[in-house]
Design a binder for this molecule. Structure first.
Ligand code: F3S
Length: 386
């Protein structure tokens, strides 16, 4: 790899130990991915903010790294595992809360914007189409490449952090035009609408290739559907981008019809009804909260319903009156927090959860050992609002 003189100096420690570590990470990735150089980025999105995912070793690393490392570019951060304003209302062990807060404070010291969201494409000024960025959080990275025209590899928390404090990333993978064209196209047939359907499509397609995916047969996709599709792909595979294609040229074609959809859905079937509802993996977008509030009308949830969203989405919903509408119906909001990797789900003391994305089912089952059933948002509202 060719490094500039300044990059060489930083790698050799002239900007301090933390920046040298960051350059070591980036040059190692560059060598592994055949990058010939590092390139500047316009935005970093870092993950690894939940104590439940990074644990003690991650916490110790961040404490030490944050003593000197500072962001060089605009940087947002993924959710942590608690709502930083209301965690006292939940019975989370004090020791756990303290560790989580240490992580949050480390990121504050480094200089990240306190977004605590896995949907950093909503509520923030984003760089122009074509800009190189470094985003971790698979669903966000896939969304950035596919819907925003940004260029990022699916970074790990560590590599995105290295990019945040150097302003650089390795010039390889999805930063290059040739890797952004699909070699495999999923020919989508039949009617697929809404969060759950796109989540299933992503779960199906994500297993097919590590490269850029093409989808034919989709004329239009909403922001919410694209979010679910991206999350589904990211949950089960390594692909970092999808493209909607009108014509299939020189690509392998795999069909996705209602048969594949129903077969996949049956894998998610659970016998239990669901003691609690979880919405927001990835965190709910403004439009989703609006639709939820509109669907509630004068009804009430007959099960505990927890809605995960960013603090920005929450604040806007509060100003619109949607937060009160949803809370009056029995809904609870958790900001700043991941919907899956949170001790709050344990605190629910529930045996089963119902949710509307494959990603939530996938992780809640594995992390908490709770039974989880997958239903469309509409089905959930029909069954659980009265
Ligand atoms: Fe977001 Fe956590 Fe789901 S980070 S995508 S809510 S697993």
């Amino acid at each position: 790899m060719n490094l500039t003189q300044d990059e060489e100096k930083a790698l050799n420690g002239e900007e301090g130990e933390a920046v040298a570590t960051a350059y070591q990470i980036l040059t190692a990735i560059g060598k592994l991915t055949d990058a010939d150089r590092l390139i500047p980025i316009a935005h970093a999105h870092v993950s690894g903010a939940s104590y439940m995912t990074i644990g003690e070793s991650g916490l110790q690393f961040l404490e030490s790294f944050s003593s000197t490392a500072r962001t060089k570019v605009f940087t947002t951060v993924n959710p942590c595992s608690i709502d930083l304003q209301t965690f006292q209302q939940y019975h989370i062990p004090t020791d756990y809360v303290n560790k989580q807060l240490q992580i949050v404070n480390s990121y504050r010291r480094i200089g990240v914007t306190e977004s605590f969201t896995c949907t950093p494409y909503e509520g923030f000024d984003l760089p122009d189409k074509g800009s190189h960025v470094s985003w971790s959080e698979s669903s966000a990275a896939i969304y950035a490449n596919s819907m925003l025209g940004l260029r990022t590899n699916r970074e790990s928390g560590l590599s995105a952090l290295a990019s945040a404090v150097t302003g650089k990333t390795a010039y390889s993978g999805l930063h290059l035009d040739e890797n952004r064209r699909p070699k495999l196209v999923v020919r989508v047939q039949g009617r697929h609408v809404g969060t759950m359907d796109y989540s299933l499509l992503g779960y199906f397609a994500g297993k097919l290739t590590d490269q850029t995916l093409g989808f034919s047969g989709i004329d239009h996709i909403s922001k919410e559907e694209a979010k679910s599709l991206s999350a589904g792909i990211g949950t089960v595979g390594a692909s970092g981008m999808f493209v909607l294609v009108k014509q299939v040229n020189n690509a392998e074609v795999i069909d996705y019809t209602s048969i594949e959809r129903d077969a996949l859905l049956s894998e998610f079937e659970e016998t239990t009804e669901g003691d609690a509802i979880v919405f927001g993996c990835p965190q709910m977008l403004t439009e989703e909260v609006k639709k939820l509030a509109a669907a509630i009308g004068k009804k009430k949830f007959r099960r505990r319903c927890i809605i995960f969203c960013s603090r920005r989405v929450y604040d806007e919903a509060l100003a619109r009156g949607d937060v009160n509408k949803i809370k009056n119906a029995g809904g609870e909001f958790l900001r700043d927090s991941c919907a899956d990797f949170t001790p709050v789900l344990r605190e629910l003391n529930t045996e089963s959860i119902v949710t509307d994305t494959c990603k939530a089912v996938h992780y809640i089952k594995r992390v908490h050992g709770i039974k989880v059933s997958l239903k469309s948002t509409e089905e959930i509202l029909k069954e659980y609002l009265q």
